[in-house]
Write a protein that binds this ligand. Structure first.
Ligand SMILES: [Zn+2]
Length: 240
């Protein structure tokens, strides 16, 4: 059976920038990847002549091009306004619905606890994705979705990118070029600063690679939620 993962991002180019190498490795290893893009990235420009509507449409086009390069099977656009994401009922039900219908084993998103994360959407989407994971497994969250024929779904593995605490590394030495090629499809964002961006990404992949013991890597914080009741023990109760 093929494995399935869902990547939840705030902006059209987040996947390629933060985890494009690892996702490409997963696809090579027979994973099906579904991508949720919450906003159209319709404020991502310095160009004062550009309209939000035109930028949104260009960026959807760029996203589809990049998804094709990486080999992502499905892309969901939630069409929220750039910069305005909130992890509340304006966003969570839509993500929950997709998790219940796609039924992935692995959820990949931003680490919302990263220190000094300046982009509000990057904080909010991480919380929204994790909260939607919980909602997806409990029937009293958004019960109308179950009446529509969807089932509860439990995701046991979470990988958080853009994290201060990476403890799970993917060797991207063979897919780094593909990551760059896919990121470059987001022309509206990176074309004018491509050389700097490329060298920043190379530097970061080398830094993660040094931690992982390979040439180039992407790092994640991994959370695994075991089956059954979780027993929480405090340090003084352990007896070891
Ligand atoms: Zn972003």
């Amino acid at each position: 059976m093929r494995h399935k993962a869902t990547v939840v991002c705030a902006h059209p180019d987040d996947l390629e920038y933060f985890c494009g190498g690892a996702v490409s490795v997963m696809i090579r290893d027979d994973w099906d990847i579904c991508l949720i893009i919450a906003t159209d990235g319709d404020k991502g420009t310095q160009d004062r002549e550009m309209s939000a509507a035109r930028l949104a449409s260009e960026r959807r086009h760029e996203s589809m091009k990049a998804a094709k390069i990486v080999g992502i099977s499905k892309v969901f656009f939630l069409g929220k306004e750039d910069g305005e994401l909130r992890s509340d009922n304006s966003l969570r039900p839509a993500i929950t619905r997709i998790l219940r219908s796609e039924q992935p084993e692995r959820l990949i998103t931003f680490d919302p606890w990263r220190k000094y994360e300046l982009h509000p959407d990057h904080r909010e989407i991480g919380f929204a994705a994790l909260d939607a994971r919980l909602a997806a497994r409990l029937p009293l969250y958004y019960p109308e979705q179950l009446r529509d024929g969807l089932e509860n779904w439990t995701i046991r593995e979470v990988l958080l990118f853009s994290t201060d605490n990476p403890d799970y590394f993917v060797d991207i030495s063979d897919t780094f070029d593909l990551k760059l090629q896919a990121l470059r499809a987001h022309k509206s964002q990176w074309e004018t600063i491509w050389q700097e961006t490329r060298s920043d990404l190379l530097h970061e992949a080398e830094r993660m690679g040094a931690m992982a013991g390979c040439e180039l890597a992407e790092g994640f914080k991994r959370i695994y939620i075991p089956e059954g009741p979780v027993s929480i023990k405090f340090e003084h109760e352990r007896g070891d």
